[in-house]
Design a protein around this ligand. Structure first.
Ligand code: NAD
Length: 444
């Protein structure tokens, strides 16, 4: 099948490369000429494990091409996927659909009758209806519009795309269903469940999934706070509840709060959708508040053990919003580092791949070439992103090179015992009492 992919970012590039790998003929279109030039010269615009090899292999076999020319990109395509950004609209939290609608208007000039337009971008309920309207306004007839939200995770995007827990397709007509069934046929052979729903249902399913995961993270973060007050261990609580199949073990890692390009914006957009129709979504609203508060207060976890941050040196390990990506969007490291600097600390940071992106965000941060250099002479070392290479650091070497001996482990990578044996004073998240025992008993 011939497929066009409009938008060649994290989702469009991975989806396009994976579709090509299934054997489809894929043309990826982006209006960012530098991105397309780079791709045509073999340079990836993002850091994603396995992507470069996958792109190259499919380019070499002639199944994957890149262009800025939309007309050439969609020529002969039976399905045109839209995978452009849907960031938060300034002011009201709604998804900004400018990129989607602009792409549809441009597409209207070149799309052939009989094709299927598929939104892969995360778009609010009713966007498919609006796309149909725009196509009609532009004089386009006989084009189907479907929704196929993407659930891949950055850092594991190729594996997620090729082995999805499920594929959700919102289609209002048989043609759209048939085309999408054919596109995903290689995955049915792997028994990936495909769920056909109404288009609005598919659009909402994506937001409901992300909101639920955000709730799970915020829930365990609040339980972690409680653990610190009553001297319990959140890692064990998480395991104790996660082994219950009704709950599930994933997304129960206490930490500095969720970030990234999806959960923060998608929870806000869900709230806006609900607001527009007069439905209160109290759980999601509270989750957003809990997470914003959490990210803003991580600095206190560093200041607490140091007394004051003024004149202190803080080493930061990990800047990306999660491991295996260079994506800095809404990363917990951003409010943390900004607050550390505001309160008078100097920061030396290291991230295995996000340094280049981070340099665009932080003005007053020194970037170290590795974890040990970030720790050298620091009063406190903070683990913000749990990259694998931070999991087996030589803690004795680190302790020996630091001015103070404080390790603030916001991802619970290390055990207190091993850190203390190495000469560090350890502060994890939700792992036993922090501060004095409460005066009142929790049994009262
Ligand atoms: P991104 O910002 O990395 O990429 C978007 C790309 O679209 C950019 O390269 C931009 O130049 C291009 N673009 C914008 N308008 C265009 C136009 N008119 N014609 C051609 N190209 C155009 O975005 P992303 O992270 O890939 O996210 C895309 C969508 O997928 C969003 O709706 C997002 O919520 C959703 N999503 C993202 C993830 C993720 O992990 N990043 C996961 C699931 C869903």
């Amino acid at each position: 099948m011939r497929i066009a992919m409009i938008g060649t970012g994290y989702v469009g590039l991975v989806s396009g490369a994976c579709f090509a790998d299934f054997g489809h003929q894929v043309c990826c279109v982006d209006k960012d000429a530098a991105k397309i030039d780079g791709l045509n010269e073999g340079r990836m615009p993002i850091w994603e494990p396995g992507l470069e090899a996958l792109v190259k292999a499919n380019e070499d076999r002639g199944r994957l091409t890149f262009t800025t020319d939309l007309a050439a990109g969609v020529e002969g395509a039976e399905a045109v996927f839209i995978a452009v950004g849907t960031p938060t609209r300034r002011g009201d939290g709604h998804a900004d659909l400018t990129f989607v609608f602009d792409a549809v208007r441009e597409l209207a000039k070149v799309i052939a009758p009989g094709s299927v337009v598929v939104t892969k971008s995360t778009v609010p309920v009713g966007t498919g209806d609006r796309i149909e309207e725009i196509l009609r306004e532009e004089g386009v007839a006989d084009v189907s519009v479907a929704s196929n939200p993407e659930f891949l995770r950055e850092g594991a995007a190729i594996a997620d795309f090729k082995h999805p827990d499920r594929i959700v397709v919102g289609a209002e007509d048989q043609r759209a269903q048939d085309v999408l069934r054919e596109i995903y046929r290689p995955l049915f052979l792997n028994r990936a469940p495909i769920l056909f729903t109404a288009r609005r249902t598919a659009e909402l399913t994506k937001y409901a999934a992300n909101a639920f995961l955000a709730v799970k993270i915020s829930f365990i973060n609040e339980i972690a706070d409680l653990c610190e007050a009553v001297d319990a261990d959140v890692q064990d609580v998480a395991r104790g509840i996660g082994l219950d199949n009704r709950i599930g073990a994933k997304f129960l890692h206490a930490g500095p709060g969720y970030g990234g390009s999806c959960f923060p914006k998608d929870t806000l957009a869900l709230l806006k959708t609900a607001d527009n129709v007069g439905i209160d979504q109290r759980i999601v609203r509270t989750t957003v508040e809990v997470n914003d508060h959490r990210k803003a207060t991580m600095v206190d976890r560093v200041e607490g053990p140091l007394g004051s941050l003024s004149g202190k040196r803080v080493g930061v390990l990990g800047l990306a919003f999660k491991p295996n990506t260079d994506d800095m969007r809404e990363a917990p490291s951003i409010p943390l580092i900004n607050s550390l600097i505001e309160r008078g600390a100097s920061v030396t940071a290291f991230d295995p791949v996000a340094g280049e992106q981070a340099e665009k965000i932080f003005k007053d941060v020194a970037f170290a070439p590795d974890a040990y250099a970030a720790a050298a002479n620091a009063d406190a070392l903070v683990i913000v992103t749990e990259w694998d290479e931070f999991r087996a650091l030589d803690l004795e070497k680190i302790a020996g090179s630091m001015r103070g001996k404080i390790l603030v482990d916001l991802r619970n990578v290390y055990d207190r015992e091993e850190a203390e044996e190495a000469g560090l004073t350890y502060f994890g998240v939700g792992r036993g009492r922090i501060g004095p025992a409460p005066k009142s008993s929790s049994l009262a």
